[in-house]
Ligand binder design. Structure first.
Ligand SMILES: *Cc1c(COP(=O)(O)O)cnc(C)c1O
Length: 371
């Protein structure tokens, strides 16, 4: 049997640093005999991430969901929060875990992000914050969202899980709002196996976050808040430090894939892609296409399953919408009539295989499937 022909082309592949480069880090951790609790590599990773990302205050976490939950705790968010249904379910779960009512607002078809023009209509006296997502690493309209937040006295927490390294006019998108969070999950552009981070903008907030991620301890005998345990251990911090040396090559490789997809698919009738902005530095974390069934001659699902038959494993991110999951379906703002753009995009999207290890043959096979 021809193995290559049956090779599965997956939507992503983890960026694993070369094992031989990791061994010396492990040896050093074994020598230090300090394997978690704000150790050497934890501190080094925070320092290097600040430098790489161009931010001043970062706290690393054990995954990308706990910084979202902790951000809401740190800013004492209550009541209702305006958010997007077009994201990974963790965005809304973070609200639920804080006893906050999610209020879904529709998205902008040109970015997939929360539509600033629709936010104001959803604000009530109970609204305390906005939680947008830079979906696929597309920057939100942060100026418009900030203007609304300022007008109504709301906080902004960006779920920037997809936006590692994304910049607008050379400035990190992670500087927008009150807090931004990242995910370093294995499937993301940059990973620490599992992991995540919280970006804050002043020393005091960073300190409070660091207390909250360590049970609320401020000293050996003092606990000032009902914190949680979401500290990153030394092994993953060291892995993250090493992976940071390889992430630029991985992003460059992704960029090449994006260029080829774009050039090969731009004239396919019924296939839409996002337009790239020249002022944005992207990380090429995802490559979504949107299938217009009438023009393309096949529905999204028909194409999706045809691709699967050929072992081309795209993913329908983000389908179903968060608002369509049983847990959230009953909310008033979950009605599809409130979310027409998100509903359509969720029904049209396929994220194509996009990672650093795709070969030219893989890429051409994906393209042939669609063309
Ligand atoms: C991956 C992801 C998360 C959660 O991150 P984990 O590290 O898996 O906990 C949150 N929000 C979005 C948009 C994500 O894609």
């Amino acid at each position: 049997m021809d193995i290559e022909k049956n090779k599965q082309i997956t939507v992503t592949s983890p960026l694993l640093p070369p094992l031989e480069e990791f061994i010396p880090y492990l040896q050093d951790i074994w020598d230090r005999k300090w394997i978690t609790n704000n150790g050497h590599y934890h501190q080094e990773l925070e320092k290097e991430l600040c430098r790489y990302l161009g931010v001043n205050y970062i706290s690393v976490f054990t995954n990308g969901t706990l910084p979202l939950i902790t951000a809401l705790q740190a800013l004492r968010i209550t009541g209702e929060v305006i958010t997007t249904p077009y994201s990974f379910v963790a965005t809304t779960h973070a609200l639920w875990w804080n006893g906050i009512k999610p209020v879904f607002v529709d998205i902008d078809p040109t970015t997939g992000n929360l539509d600033p023009n629709k936010i104001e209509a959803a604000i009530t006296p109970k609204t305390t914050a906005i939680m947008p997502v830079h979906v696929y690493g597309n920057p939100c309209d942060v100026d418009a969202i900030q203007a609304i937040a300022d007008k109504y006295g709301l906080k902004i927490i960006y779920d920037a899980a997809h936006a590692f390294g994304v910049k607008v006019n050379g400035k990190s998108i992670l500087k927008a709002g009150d807090i931004s969070t990242l995910s370093f999950h294995a499937t993301k552009t940059y990973n620490t196996v599992e992991g995540g981070a919280l970006i804050s903008h002043d020393e005091k907030t960073k300190q409070r976050i660091d207390q909250l991620k360590n049970f609320g301890f401020v000293s050996e005998t003092e606990v000032v808040a009902p914190g949680i345990n979401s500290k990153m251990d030394e092994i993953r911090a060291a892995y993250g430090l090493l992976n940071l040396k390889h992430v630029d090559d991985a992003i460059n490789a992704r960029h090449k894939v994006a260029i080829r997809y774009r050039e090969a698919l731009s004239d396919v009738k019924g296939i839409r892609m996002f337009e790239e902005r020249t002022d944005v530095t992207y990380n090429y974390s995802y490559f979504p296409i949107f299938v217009n069934a009438r023009e393309y001659g096949m529905t999204r699902d028909e194409l999706y399953f045809k691709m699967r038959e050929q072992n081309v494993l795209g993913r329908r991110y983000f389908y179903p919408l968060i608002s369509d999951f049983t847990t959230y379906k009953g909310l008033p703002s979950s009605a599809p009539s409130n979310l027409p753009v998100a509903t359509r995009m969720a029904n049209e999207v396929i994220c194509l295989p996009m990672h650093h290890a795709l070969t030219n043959d893989d890429i051409e096979k994906v393209i042939r499937c669609i063309r």
